[in-house]
Structures are given as structure tokens and as C-alpha cells.
Write a protein that binds this ligand. Sequence first.
Ligand code: SF4
Length: 175
Amino acid sequence: MNEHLLDVKGRIFNIQRFSIHDGPGVRTIVFLKGCPLRCRWCCNPESQEWKFETMVTGGVPKTVGRDVTVREVLEEVRRDRMYYRRSGAGGLTLSGGECLWQPDFSEALLHAARDMGISTAIETTGYAEMSVIRRLLPYVDTVLMDIKHMNGEKHKEFTTRDNGMILENAKQIAR
Ligand code: SF4
């Protein structure tokens, strides 16, 4: 294990254990904060902004977002190793938000997880330079790429961003 990986910091807004819908087997999902898209149907609007936000639930204000180290995240992820193994190929999934928009943190977290023998996955829109994606790919077992619309105009209308770079990246990842 490369010890310096464990000290890399990132910003997340949730960690969800025992997911069975975000990659193979039982998984722990780390939701990163910050996303370049603004999908009209976004089910995690609190993920979009990089800055911390206050959300009021049942009259109780709650801060959304926290800064964490890779070490802190992996301490939680490791707790379910037994379930990852028993469910087949379970492990860690990075979701968001958009993990490609925190490349240093995402790369370090994926790399360190793999060094511990934990299977890794990312859920991504693919909206980033391919050079960023290439940094992560050596440490990713499963890429779940969510292309919001194949039509460029519709994509922009519904997400505020063009899909040209996303489609090109999808081709390159599939090669
Ligand atoms: S890509 Fe995901 S997190 Fe970002 S705005 Fe769209 S639905 Fe929300």
C-alpha cells in the first residue's frame, strides 16, 4: 500500500452501504460532491454544487457535504468486505455528483481500494477530458457510464451540457 494515497482529501456528501444496484454484488457507494451537469430529473440535487449546503429536513437543518481522506472512507468501506466476497464481486462504487471532477481523490481512493483487494466501480456521465478518465481506468473493474441522451441538442436541453465529449469518451473506453 502506497501510504500517501491514504492522506488524499476529497469532498463527499454520503456513504451508502449494502447497495445491490450499483455494480456487481453487494457494494458500498461513496457519493462525491460536485457535478458539471444540471439534469432536470436529478435525484441527488444536493450533489451538484461543490460548496457545502444546508438542507432542511423535517424542520431540522443539516449540512450537506464533508471533507474526508481516503483513509477515512476506506475504514468504512472495509467493514463490509465479508459481504463483498460472499455476494461474488461486490466492493466499492464511486458515484455522485461526478467522480471525474475530483480526479486526485477518485484516483487515490480507487487505487488504495484495489491495493486492499477490494473490487472497484465508477458511475459516471463521462463528462471530462479523456486524460482524466485514463488516470482512473487502471484502478477500475467496472465502468457504469450513464449517457443521458444520444441526441446532442436534447442532451444540452436536459442537462445544460453538450454530449460530444461524452460520446467520444464512451467510444474510447469501450475499445
Ligand atoms: S449527472 Fe447525475 S448528479 Fe449530475 S446533475 Fe445529472 S443526475 Fe444529477
